[in-house]
Design a protein around this ligand. Structure first.
Ligand SMILES: [Zn+2]
Ligand SMILES: [Zn+2]
Length: 350
């Protein structure tokens, strides 16, 4: 079968890779659509495994397709031809992290992946038995394969706001108007936020933020915390959500949060980066600092329902749909946005 094999963000080749057999308990999925994620294009992280399968992490994971083959012993609810959303990461459900509700901090979840380790920028993936058990959602007929690719990124956003609520009229500052920032903004509205402002370096992205429902936008060349307070009756944000992984954004988050507020560091900075904080300020403001990683099955199922019932506009976020051989173009459009690029989806069967 054909798969896109990663060498660098500007060198991704379509190669013939091993078409794995379907073992007992396993399911083979024909991939119809796979979104390019911000984590796919984190070159410093991915280049270590360039050209090699195995341990490549979550390369090509926002995927939908149809069941192509069902192994022995599989629950008879799954049939060839079923439309599905599948997740590469599934928890053990028994470790301390899982028992305490942090299933995405589970070591098993972070190690699980598709059996064919090149990921879902490929014609097929084989789901290991544990993924078949707890990592497949039926995709309703009315949800397109493209829209279904948002289940994973939206699920991550749903999870983030579980730890950093935007409910009860809270004021929200979202730093970064990329795909996750725009999803966070829509989810904040749905969760009952009050005033929502979005900041970004790119004026085109701010226009998009306005289109998707931001109350105000702030150009990131301005003093973002100061500007937010000015727009929010002199008060800092009840909830700050950082989706842009730059040190300056960490600083802005710490300065923009208001008394009793919560900061969600949703995007990680590069592992070498240390960030300073002024504990005195945080102490006096009773600030909560939190993080979230990935999405659990509950978050994914919430995301799918919101897409199914049009609570979140994902269709207008798709700007480019490309065949497998143009995966490299999709990566470049994601890593260095141009021509209005926002969400890029790869169709491995084309
Ligand atoms: Zn993703
Ligand atoms: Zn666990």
């Amino acid at each position: 079968m054909k798969a896109a094999v990663y060498y660098s963000n500007s060198d991704i080749r379509t190669e013939d890779v091993e078409d794995l057999p379907v073992g007992p308990g396993e399911i083979k999925v024909k991939i119809m659509a796979c979104g390019v994620c911000g984590s796919d294009v984190m070159e410093w992280y991915r280049i270590k495994r360039a050209g090699r399968p195995g341990g490549i992490g979550a390369f090509g994971h926002e995927c939908t397709g149809t069941v192509a083959e069902v192994g022995s012993r599989v629950n008879p609810r799954w049939k060839v031809g079923d439309r599905v959303v599948v997740t590469h990461h599934v928890p053990c459900n028994t470790c301390n992290a899982c028992i305490r509700g942090h299933t995405t901090a589970c070591e098993i979840l972070q190690k699980t992946k598709f059996k064919n380790a090149f990921g879902a920028f490929a014609e097929y993936v084989v789901l290991p038995e544990i993924n078949v058990d707890r990592g497949i959602l039926p995709l309703p007929d009315s949800v397109s394969f493209d829209s279904g690719t948002f289940v994973e990124p939206l699920g991550c956003v749903v999870r983030g706001q579980q730890w950093a609520p935007a409910s009860d009229g809270r004021s929200v500052l979202i730093i970064g108007a990329g795909i996750t920032g725009l999803l966070h903004m829509q989810v904040a509205r749905l969760n009952g936020a009050g005033f929502i402002a979005v900041s970004d370096m790119n004026p085109d992205r701010l226009q998009l933020a306005q289109k998707f429902g931001a109350d105000e936008t702030i150009l990131a060349t301005e003093d973002v915390p100061w500007k937010f307070k000015e727009l929010n009756d002199g008060v800092g944000a009840d909830t700050v959500i950082m989706t842009a992984p730059a040190p300056v954004c960490v600083k802005q988050s710490l300065e923009a949060v208001g008394p009793g507020g919560t900061i969600l560091f949703f995007a990680p900075t590069n592992p070498e980066i240390q960030s300073e904080m002024n504990l005195w300020n945080l102490w006096q403001k009773e600030v909560t600092i939190t993080h979230s990683y990935a999405a659990d099955f509950h978050n994914l199922s919430t995301a799918l329902k919101w897409i199914h019932y049009n609570r979140i506009n994902v269709t207008d976020m798709v700007t480019h749909v490309l065949p497998l051989k143009d995966t490299v173009e999709g990566f470049l459009l994601t890593a260095h946005p141009r021509n209005g690029s926002l969400k890029v989806i790869i169709h491995p069967q084309e």
